[in-house]
Design a protein around this ligand. Structure first.
Ligand SMILES: *[C@@H]1O[C@H](CO)[C@@H](O)[C@H](O)[C@H]1NC(C)=O
Ligand SMILES: *[C@@H]1O[C@H](CO)[C@@H](O)[C@H](O)[C@H]1NC(C)=O
Length: 440
């Protein structure tokens, strides 16, 4: 007993020594009172949980530390697995985690959304599994669920998921883990979606952060010619933290990651909390920062080989992308503001957007779906305190945005490009379907 008590205490001292992180106003702060900016990477080696192999995590965490990363985003985890070794390996490297709560079988469907206790319990199990780690930064209730106008009726379900997971978090007396959403960068929907998910005046029903998967900046590029000036104009004094949950356009390549200078530069740094680069592992989509070996025959099968790429082993930097990012991140050290001097009253909640016939279909501050409710068409009931018009939204099935990708500056690499990734879930619906086809 004494021995195990001693080793438990010793373990608690060496691992998980990072300050915890919470959101206030539009910023993240560490428990030491410093503003926290994300320099992150998407980390998903196969569709399976990558946080179960301590040796692999240790190898990857070490090189991520060299890269200058302080956050990983993981799209799929198994709540029943043991994550202690990997979470300690990342904590030792100063790296926090952002975890997607949904799975291939529980994510909110874009066309026929429902939100029920099966989903809530599955998301809660992930929250439970990661609640004990100091380097758990936050959680996503969804990734790129809405990619077309006729899918905007899923937005109240995203809010319902956030509402119920935040209530679960609080009932369990967990830390105030920020719980947010990761959006596809759809020019016609993004402004309404980001405002809708944070509007209505009841923080219990709003997301704690808004994150954007954006491939608008393809090097060489400038702030004014990219879409970032427009993104920035909509992020000024946003009510919750906003950051890039995927970025790193690889057209035409090599990637210079000059957008990091914009995101952390004087025009954006007061409103954004950083960026996660897509992605750690090199695979067929060619977004990798590292590889575990040269490509192999796509039909090859073998341990740790899937889809023509080795998925474990010693990480080797992809040149020149890895060093380009490392060099840029090394020059970026924003100090931000101290929580003791930060006044969150600067931020402003926007009105709930009103619907338009073929655009955003959720009209104002609608009543959120209850747990168990399925969307059966038509419109949602406006609440008594609706800030928008009460004209019912009609569901126009044929409505689609004029473009489903980013502005013209980035014709090739919008979030819906089908070949973007194999393991992650970040290519919108098409990506989801691809993953289903390949892996299930
Ligand atoms: C939730 O919905 C899914 C899909 O229809 C269904 O399989 C599951 O049984 C539902 N859960 C509950 C508790 O009704
Ligand atoms: C805010 O939302 C929560 C969760 O839906 C609800 O229980 C609460 O009554 C709401 N508060 C107000 C003032 O409407």
């Amino acid at each position: 007993m004494r021995l195990s008590w001693f080793s438990a205490v010793a373990g608690a001292v060496t691992a998980n020594a990072l300050p915890t992180i919470t959101a206030t106003g539009n910023k993240f702060f560490t428990s030491e009172g410093k503003q926290f900016f994300m320099k992150g990477v998407a980390y998903q080696l196969t569709p399976d949980d990558p946080l179960v192999d301590t040796e692999q995590c240790t190898r990857d965490a070490g090189l991520m530390k060299t890269l200058g990363a302080n956050v990983i985003r993981v799209y799929h985890v198994d709540p029943k697995a043991d994550h202690d070794g990997c979470m300690a390996a990342f904590a030792d490297a100063g790296i926090y985690t952002l975890i997607d709560l949904d799975t291939f079988s529980t994510y909110i469907l874009p066309q026929t959304p429902y939100w029920n206790s099966t989903q809530r319990d599955a998301y809660a199990a992930v929250l439970d599994a990661f609640s004990k780690y100091d380097n758990s930064l936050g959680f996503f209730v969804g990734n790129e669920i809405i990619a077309e106008a006729d899918q905007s009726m899923a937005a109240p379900y995203i809010k319902a998921a956030a509402r119920d997971l935040k209530a679960y978090r609080d009932n369990k007396n967990y830390r105030q883990f920020p719980i947010g959403y990761s959006a596809a960068d759809i020019a016609e929907l993004r402004p309404m979606l980001q405002d809708y998910l944070t509007c209505g005046g009841n923080a219990s029903e709003n997301i704690d952060f808004f994150a954007l998967n954006s491939y608008e900046w393809c090097d060489p590029q400038t702030y004014d010619a990219s879409g970032y000036a427009n993104l920035q104009s909509m992020a000024i004094d946003f009510p919750v933290p906003i950051f890039f949950s995927e970025t790193g356009c690889n057209q035409p390549g090599p990637r210079l990651f000059d957008d990091q200078n914009a995101i952390f530069g004087p025009k954006m740094v007061n409103d954004w909390s950083g960026a996660l680069i897509y992605e750690w592992i090199q695979e067929a989509n060619n977004y990798g920062l590292i590889s575990y070996g040269p490509p192999v025959d796509p039909t090859a099968v073998g341990s740790n080989i899937e889809g023509g790429f080795t998925r474990k082993g010693m990480p080797t930097p992809v040149s020149p992308d890895f060093n380009n990012l490392k060099t840029i991140w090394a020059t970026i050290t924003p100090s931000g503001v101290a929580s003791s001097t930060y006044d969150p009253k600067h931020v402003s909640t926007r009105a709930c957007p009103t619907s338009t016939a073929s655009g955003w279909l959720v009209d104002g501050n609608v009543k959120l779906p209850t747990l168990g409710e399925t969307f059966t068409g038509g419109s949602f009931t406006p609440t008594a305190s609706a800030t928008g018009s009460v004209t019912p939204a009609t569901k126009t099935g044929s409505a689609a945005p004029s473009s489903t990708t980013s502005p013209a500056s980035n014709p090739a690499s919008g979030p819906a490009s089908v070949n973007k990734e194999l393991a992650g879930m970040s290519a919108g619906l098409l990506g989801v379907m691809l993953v289903f086809t390949v892996w299930l």
